[in-house]
Design a protein around this ligand. Structure first.
Ligand code: NAP
Length: 540
């Protein structure tokens, strides 16, 4: 009998999951609380309970080639970085192309997911859903994929801000921020230094009287526009870059990263330099913040000591009087309201104990999987898609998990490694290295690209895969789920990236830059191949 899989949420995780179920011969039913697909990428004027809420200006901080589904490149004419409406358009195209809509039950909330009484034998789950807020229904499923997102429960630790209860101005969590008009000619404080804080402070600084940005830790800020104007992630999310940084000692790596991060501007001069520079902290991506600081429209301040009725006092003793509004961009908490803590537990630091961020390790049967409960230094769509490919193979029985003790051991070791490499703060608790994590999951299902084999059979492709951006197509080159268009997609990825901005023909200039970049990569590739051959001949 075909296995029935429940999928919770019709955002990018849920859509990819439906397709993966179909590919593995499983029968998906996707439950979506709202009346449309898209998850956090669907902007609405009103904040909806239980769904992530974005502001109208959100633009992706990963580029289109790095954040697409692995067998469905974005349209040629989409710009390199996308406004949220374009991402939604892409998700609609994906759903239509693969005819996924018929598997989604809209306006249907999953209220409760519990083990079936015979779970130990069957691995089945009982799911209670509520349609249109009225009709409750209990259904049994063979497996469950959870893709409800983790940016809908605001984290607002008001007890960290003494006196906030006395403050007479307006304060909100960034989840409720939509547009800058409300802050016209006001003195505004934005708290935090994640991407929300960076975007919101920059945006309102155009109309506000003055914006202050309070950060405890500081952060690296990078521009989407990297060397020679190429998208940031396409330059740095490469196997070559990952290999180099991993080969370095901790001290040298930290120095190299600091040098790269300070390449655009010296963070110390802007009050942004992270407190802890020996470990990695996900940089924020913002093209405007440094310029707004330089122009005085945004002023960076340290931690908050206290609020009074009308002002804020910072730890350095400075005070901002006549404060009109505060926006707490203090992040989110992971939350699975339909699941009991005994099945999956989110601790105070926002950590979730899952094997490779997907499977709870202690279940008798591996029939529950989580999608996207991590923060990769890269695009989320390729990650959740690969997780779905793995999970659906496990559900089908085409792959299996190691024994519980091995999974627990793995979780412990990877947590130790994460704690050593990443800055200790709440918003880094789900941080993972993109290439490393993708490769690890890819290995589980036999789709990790074999560069050595490509070097012998297709050297051109090998160079692109090793030195070029680690685009999702790399995980469709070989193994189960191989896509015949993957090689071509890799060879043409730069065209799809650069062509949309070539809207006025300028004789040769951009192209020659692009070619000189490729020339540089080819030279490095040639050196690498020579070194590899020498090493190989020495070994043999
Ligand atoms: P976030 O990345 O979790 O950042 C929250 C910030 O709140 C931290 O940087 C921290 O700053 C501050 N904070 C936390 N607890 C605090 C406390 N007790 N007191 C004072 N400050 C505190 O949250 P986010 O910026 O909302 O981002 C959420 C996710 O959405 C991220 O993955 C982000 O990349 C993504 N996002 C993407 C875009 C985009 O693509 N354009 C835009 C917005 C958000 P300190 O370190 O200074 O304490």
């Amino acid at each position: 009998m075909t296995k029935q899989v429940a999928i919770i949420g019709a955002g990018c995780s849920g859509l990819g999951a439906i397709k993966c179920c179909l590919e593995e011969g499983l029968e998906p039913t996707c439950f979506e609380k709202s009346d449309d697909l898209g998850g956090l990428w669907r902007y609405t004027e009103m904040v909806e309970e239980g769904r992530a809420s974005i502001y109208s200006s959100v633009v992706t901080n990963t580029s289109k080639e790095m954040m697409c589904f692995s067998d469905f490149p974005m349209p040629d004419d989409f710009p390199a970085y996308l406004h949220n409406s374009k991402v939604l358009q892409y998700l609609r195209l994906y759903a239509e192309h693969h005819q996924l809509l018929k598997y989604i039950q809209f306006k249907t909330e999953v209220c409760c997911v519990t083990k079936h009484p015979d779970f130990a034998n069957t691995g089945q789950w009982e799911i209670v859903t509520e349609k249109d807020g009225r009709h409750k229904k209990k259904t049994t499923f063979d497996a469950v994929l959870v893709g409800n997102g983790h940016f809908f429960k605001p984290y607002l630790p008001l007890d960290s801000f003494p006196g906030i209860e006395k403050f007479k101005g307006q304060y909100i969590h960034s989840r409720f921020y939509k547009k800058s008009q409300d802050y016209h000619k006001k003195i505004v404080l934005v708290v935090g230094i994640g991407n929300s804080a960076g975007d919101i402070s920059s945006e309102i600084s155009g109309t506000a009287k003055q914006v202050y940005l309070s950060t405890r830790q500081g952060s690296w800020v990078l521009s989407r526009v990297s060397q020679q104007g190429f998208p940031l992630d396409m330059m740095f999310s490469t196997r070559f870059h990952f290999w180099i940084t991993n080969a370095l000692s901790d001290g040298v790596r930290a120095k190299m990263i600091e040098k790269q991060m300070n390449g655009w501007f010296n963070h110390a001069n802007y009050g942004l330099q992270p407190k802890d520079r020996s470990t990695l902290k996900e940089p924020i991506v913002n093209d405007f913040l440094p310029s707004n600081i330089l122009c005085g429209a945004v002023r960076v301040k340290p931690s908050i000591k206290a609020f009074t009725e009308t002002s804020v006092i910072f730890e350095d003793g400075t005070v901002v009087e006549d404060l009109d509004a505060v926006i707490f961009a203090t992040g989110y908490s992971v939350c699975f309201p339909f699941l009991d803590d005994s099945i999956v537990n989110v601790n105070e630091d926002n950590k979730v104990t899952l094997y490779k961020y997907v499977f709870p390790p202690h279940l008798e049967k591996p029939t529950l999987a989580f999608l996207g409960v991590l923060q990769p230094f890269g695009g989320v769509i390729p990650v959740v898609e690969l997780q779905s490919r793995w999970a659906t193979k496990i559900f089908k029985g085409a792959a299996c998990l190691p024994p519980v003790s091995k999974m627990e051991d793995y979780i412990k070791k990877s947590e130790q490694l994460r704690a050593k490499n990443f800055t200790k703060c709440r918003n880094q608790s789900l941080q993972a290295q993109y290439v490393e994590y993708m490769d690890e999951v890819a290995m589980e299902i036999g789709v990790r690209p074999n560069i050595m084999r490509f070097l012998l059979t297709d050297p051109k492709l090998a160079c692109k895969v090793f030195f070029g951006p680690c685009t999702p197509y790399q995980y469709r080159l070989t193994g189960p789920g191989k896509w015949n268009g993957a090689r071509k997609a890799i060879l043409t990825q730069w065209n799809r990236t650069l062509n949309p901005s070539r809207t006025r023909v300028v004789y040769n200039s951009q192209e020659s830059n692009f070619k000189s970049h490729l020339g540089y990569l080819s030279l490095v590739a040639a050196i690498f191949i020579c070194l590899f051959c020498i090493a190989l001949s020495l070994l043999l």
